[in-house]
Design a protein around this ligand. Structure first.
Ligand code: 4AD
Length: 458
């Protein structure tokens, strides 16, 4: 109807003076005529009325289609996920009814192009996704399940968290760099290296950008990166991926205590910045209703005290024996301890033998390293960090102890020749952080397309 006012194009979450609602009770009050475009998230037919919830990635909107508009071929055959463009005036929802942002669009016109129509019948999205609930099929259909409310909420929180890390690092004057992903050195042990042929030379996908970050300290001061790390993890657990997003930072001229204080600050500041956005806070509230900001300071617990704690609580090691000093605390035991203590824990001072070659030893107790894992309830370890060996001779001895040839690390060991410094850093697994914050059972649901042993699709 060309006599109707020109429609304003809006996103489905848009509000403000330019999208005035008509008050349902007051027929005289005028609203704005709008034009919205989205996909059919849900549709419901009631007598002669077709209710459509549109989705556009910014929000949801209830559209009410009545009269002749509800009787067209397109309306009668409307399928979920079909894209459509709807014009009309927005009203407050009637008292007692519920709709997103308490409003509904009363359509006066809509358009569905032929190629916008989504498959129906056996091939309808609901039949493909909902009928087959097993996790593996759902992951084969990740490109479709991502359209669901839970999956997309986690992705929105992920976007906000990544942005908050950038912001928190900027506030703390930590500079962003972008180290290479294709490398010829290892950081976290040979067992999880992905090897490939690099123009005839052996090379690996990076396990961690740490060593490269360390080389930036002399010129750039404190640095961080948010890059992919790759681990050929041969066990299938709910917290291991083959490709994950690694948030790593390296700080110069610090003590171990400075490292812990910084880490606590960054985690809390990122949460504070993220929750300051009411939309993101709303997603977190739905995903994890009981979430509370962690109390500061975080509980600090030495590895040796954790071993005692595990013994006292009859939580055995992987061989079913009581834990003893020197045991690697396995995933199950670590998670049980974290769940019982039920607050973030900085677990520190791990024995030299079970930690990476580059870690600084504790001056008071040379059996242990200045190392930290941050453990969160429900997930366990989300951060691993340490002070780094800063003495050339000690670093060379560590390479020898691990049976590593130091030659390919010349660019790393040179850092100890040309102005070494007390420094340290950490890596945080973004998917594990999200699994904790969004109360997801597995890190596989905290990235777009998870990669783990046996899955490289879609
Ligand atoms: O403890 P990790 O192996 O430490 C390092 O890589 C150090 N070089 C980091 C540094 O100091 N710059 O890994 C750090 C974190 C873990 O705490 C965990 O959150 C995550 O990376 N992570 C994984 N996340 C998902 N899947 C995997 N396979 C992961 N391996 C480690």
């Amino acid at each position: 109807d060309t006599s109707l006012p020109k429609a304003v194009k809006i996103k489905l979450d848009e509000t403000g003076p330019h999208v005035k609602l008509r008050n349902g009770q007051d027929a005289e009050s005028k609203g704005t005529r709008v034009r919205v475009i989205g996909r059919v998230h849900r549709e419901r037919k009631q007598k002669d009325v077709l209710f459509v919830t549109l989705r556009d990635g910014y929000g949801f909107m209830q559209c009410v289609i009545t009269g002749q508009l509800a009787k067209t071929y397109d309306a009668l055959t409307l399928t979920r996920e079909t894209s459509m463009e709807v014009y009309g005036e927005m009203f407050e929802v009637p008292a007692g009814a519920h709709a997103p942002l308490n409003r509904e669009l009363h359509a006066d016109y809509y358009k569905i192009n032929h190629e916008w129509k989504a498959a129906g019948g056996d091939d309808a999205i609901t039949n493909r996704v909902q009928a087959k609930g097993d996790p593996s099929t759902l992951l084969d259909l990740r490109h479709l399940t991502l359209r669901g409310e839970v999956a997309s909420s986690v992705m929105f929180v992920r976007d906000a968290i990544e942005f908050a890390f950038h912001q928190a690092y900027k506030e703390t004057r930590v500079r962003k760099v972008s180290p290479p992903a294709l490398v010829q050195t290892q950081v976290e042990g040979g067992a999880t290296l992905f090897k490939f042929d690099y123009y005839g030379e052996p090379a690996f996908l990076t396990q961690s950008s740490q060593l490269y970050l360390e080389t930036c300290l002399p010129s750039m001061g404190d640095v961080y990166c948010i890059e992919k790390s790759f681990r050929a993890e041969k066990s299938l657990t709910r917290r291991h991926l083959s490709e994950y997003t690694h948030i790593e930072a390296e700080l110069d001229f610090i003590t171990f205590d400075d490292l812990l204080t910084h880490l606590e600050h960054i985690i809390c500041r990122v949460l504070e910045l993220t929750l300051a956005d009411p939309v993101i806070a709303g997603y977190i509230k739905v995903l994890n209703p009981d979430f509370k900001l962690p109390e500061r300071p975080f509980k600090r617990m030495k590895y040796s005290d954790a071993i005692e704690w595990l013994r006292e609580h009859d939580i055995p090691n992987e061989e079913g024996q009581p834990h003893t000093f020197g045991d690697d605390i396995a995933e199950a035991a670590e998670r049980r301890m974290t769940d019982i203590i039920n607050r973030p824990i900085f677990l520190t001072h791990f024995p030299v033998e079970i930690k990476a070659f580059y870690m600084q030893r504790d001056k008071e107790d040379p059996r242990v390293t200045e190392s930290v894992d941050c453990l969160m309830p429900g997930v366990g370890e989300i951060v691993g960090g340490s002070m780094r060996l800063d003495d050339y001779e000690q670093l060379m001895a560590a390479f020898k102890r691990e049976g590593l040839d130091p030659a390919p690390y010349y660019w790393y060991t040179d850092q100890r020749k040309y102005g070494s410094s007390p420094h340290g850093g950490y890596g945080l697994g973004l998917e594990r952080f999200l699994a904790w914050l969004c109360k997801q059972h597995t890190v596989r649901d905290c990235c777009l397309y998870p990669r783990y042993m046996g899955r490289c699709t879609p």
